[in-house]
Write a protein that binds this ligand. Structure first.
Ligand SMILES: Nc1ncnc2c1ncn2[C@@H]1O[C@H](COP(=O)(O)OP(=O)(O)OP(=O)(O)O)[C@@H](O)[C@H]1O
Ligand SMILES: [Mg+2]
Length: 260
């Protein structure tokens, strides 16, 4: 299977206020298969967002190598990084919309900046997206006038405009109600089947998000554990994974623990 993203022995540390060093990623190696969905899970502060920033070259690791479609991000020049980033659709934690632009203009922005589409083509595409994300009728509002869930949907639809080959979503459904969450997951599955992009989704929406996952990565204390299925997670012998199962996956996944 070809990999879209590869980490080899990546180390990322931060100096803490008390002078000690925190290893957020401690010689981490994994690969993210192309055209599949990888879910990244783990407690708050374990390095999920840092991992995404390293993939994009927005943050440099202390050591180790990171490859995107075989190109080494960790050695790329500013220009190469810029070119590399055009392959990504990104939704950062907190949506990051432009406050002075309306919903319509926020979604249209990548099309205006990166394509030569006519005004009419842009309007048609944005209107289609507005409908898909249930935002029709809100296109003239500014971010300050939107609910949290609506902001999230605007951010998602903007990320998907240029049909990127890799999607990086940092908590795409946090703050959405269960129905909207389900709708977003369906939309992911549908658009991925259609366009075949690779997606990396950081999520706390465990275990629901696992329906979407081809691979699950759990980050804990600087280490990563990679699983092919939720079943594999629950059978793990590692204490911290068992704890993760108990606290996040609920009793339906714990039958084997009860039997022991
Ligand atoms: N620029 C930075 N300078 C210093 N420490 C940082 C920096 N960025 C992240 N960290 C630290 O790295 C650790 C991992 O942060 P990260 O944002 O990746 O967590 P996370 O897994 O995304 O958590 P959450 O689920 O809360 O979003 C945290 O302890 C954080 O304080
Ligand atoms: Mg985060």
């Amino acid at each position: 299977m070809t990999s879209a993203i590869e980490f080899k022995n990546v180390v990322k540390t931060f100096a803490k206020a008390n002078g000690s060093v925190q290893a957020v990623l401690d010689r981490v190696s994994f690969s993210i298969p192309a055209g599949k969905t990888t879910v990244v899970a783990g407690g708050s502060g374990q390095g999920k967002s840092v991992t995404l920033k390293i993939i994009l070259g927005l943050m440099q690791p202390d050591s180790g190598q990171v490859f995107v479609h075989g190109r080494e991000v960790t050695r790329a020049s500013g220009k190469e990084l810029e070119a590399l980033r055009t392959q990504f659709g990104v939704l950062f934690q907190g949506a990051a919309l432009f406050d002075s632009l309306t919903v319509f203009e926020n979604i249209a922005l990548p099309l205006r900046e990166r394509t030569r589409k006519s005004e009419q083509e842009i309007r048609r595409q944005v209107e289609k997206t507005l409908a898909q994300f249930e935002l029709t009728g809100h296109e003239d509002k500014y971010p300050a006038q939107l609910s949290g869930g609506m902001k999230k949907r605007v951010g998602l639809s903007r990320a998907m405009q240029l049909s990127p080959s890799i999607m990086l979503f940092d908590e795409p459904t946090t703050g959405l109600d269960p129905v909207m969450t389900q709708d977003i997951y369906h939309l992911f599955a549908k658009t991925q089947a259609e366009f075949g992009f690779t997606s990396v989704i950081v999520s706390h929406d465990i275990p629901k998000i696992f329906n979407l996952a081809d691979q699950v990565i759990i980050l804990n204390s600087g280490k990563m554990d990679v699983f092919d299925s939720p079943e594999q997670i629950q059978w793990s012998e590692k204490p911290h994974i068992q704890e993760f199962v108990q606290t996040t996956m609920g009793t339906i996944y714990q039958s084997h623990l009860v039997e022991k």
